[in-house]
Design a protein around this ligand. Structure first.
Ligand SMILES: [Zn+2]
Length: 327
């Protein structure tokens, strides 16, 4: 029935009516809060491009995790800055490594909070790549199959430290299967895998690299992360991760890839996480600081729209402030 009988504005007349028919909800229970934990510091170190986000000591990470939990945020994801780096990234699977120590400390104080551990080598390798670097036909390349073994080792070490979920972010082929196998063999059959399934080689990761000190020393990550122009391939990547045993799949970044959040959700029916990445956060912070955007309204709209696109879980640096605004 067309206008004038049909008037969609009728249900927009008041806040109560709009709330009654709103299709997408946003709550702190949808959020995962990312944290950077650094070895050998005893204070917070601000990250220039990410106002409000600091590198944390373990003690500060425990406090900050407690703050997130008190705000109703169910999970944090940990990124580690080790004391030393080497060619292989051995700090990643050190049982006394920074992420393992932080995981134990957080779980001890906040046992109900879900600790997700980012699982990659780039924060631990001296060259900053996500795996073992070897000479290949086209110059230096990351050796896919040699890297799988190290990722599997890292996964079991993180699970032993008490990680509730491991989250491989490396984009090596076959890593989810290798990690699932290793976890099962090591007695961690109940530990879920959150796979960074469709992770794009994105300029929006810039501030994160400063935060995690993980800029590649040579080349870039386009040999393993996805090409921004590819949507069908994102669905293929995700399906392969599901076949290999992923429990939750991820699209990263979020805002320029909302179409793929939607496609991955509708084509796989899996629990989908979207990573609202450091560059997306930095843009809003910079515009708000300049007075160009209303920060609160912008953040809540952004997070709602990521959910509307199909994300069940939103990993966001805005998690704590958004949770406060939603109270
Ligand atoms: Zn990496």
């Amino acid at each position: 029935m067309p206008f004038p009988q049909t008037r969609l504005r009728r249900l927009r007349a008041t806040g109560a009516l709009r709330g009654l028919v709103r299709e997408t909800s946003l709550s702190a229970s949808d959020f995962v809060y990312p944290m950077f934990v650094a070895h050998g510091i005893d204070r917070r170190e601000p990250i220039d491009a990410m106002p409000g986000v600091d590198r944390l000591s373990i003690a500060h990470a425990v406090d900050e995790a407690g703050e997130a939990a008190a705000l109703g945020i169910p999970a944090v994801v940990l990124f580690g800055l080790p004391a030393a780096k080497d060619e292989e990234g051995s700090g990643a699977w050190d049982d006394e490594g920074i992420v393992q120590l932080a995981t134990r400390a957080i779980k001890e104080q906040h046992p109900g909070l879900i600790v997700i551990t980012d699982l990659c080598l780039c924060e631990y390798t001296s060259h900053g790549h996500c795996g073992i670097v070897t000479a290949g036909g086209t110059g230096l390349v990351v050796d896919n199959d040699a890297t799988l073994e190290l990722l599997a080792r890292t996964a079991t070490s993180q699970a032993r430290a008490g990680a509730d979920i491991v989250a491989p972010s490396d984009m090596m082929d076959g890593r989810v299967g290798a990690i699932r196998h290793a976890l099962d063999e090591d007695g961690h059959a109940e530990t879920p895998i959150l796979a960074y399934s469709a992770k794009f080689a994105s300029a929006f990761y810039g501030p994160f690299r400063e935060a995690a000190d993980s800029t590649p020393a040579f080349g870039d990550r386009r040999g393993y992360q996805m090409d921004p122009g590819n949507g069908d391939e994102a669905v293929r990547e995700t399906r392969l991760d599901v076949e290999e045993g992923a429990d939750i799949v991820m699209v990263k970044p979020a805002l320029p890839y909302l179409d793929l959040i939607h496609r991955v959700k509708t084509e796989t029916n899996m629990p989908v996480a979207a990573y609202n990445v450091s560059g997306e956060y930095a843009m809003v912070k910079a515009a708000a600081a300049a007075g160009y955007l209303d920060e609160r309204a912008t953040v809540l709209e952004t997070l709602t729209c990521i959910r509307r696109a199909g994300a069940d879980i939103v990993i966001t640096y805005h998690a704590k402030e958004a949770a406060r605004w939603l109270q």
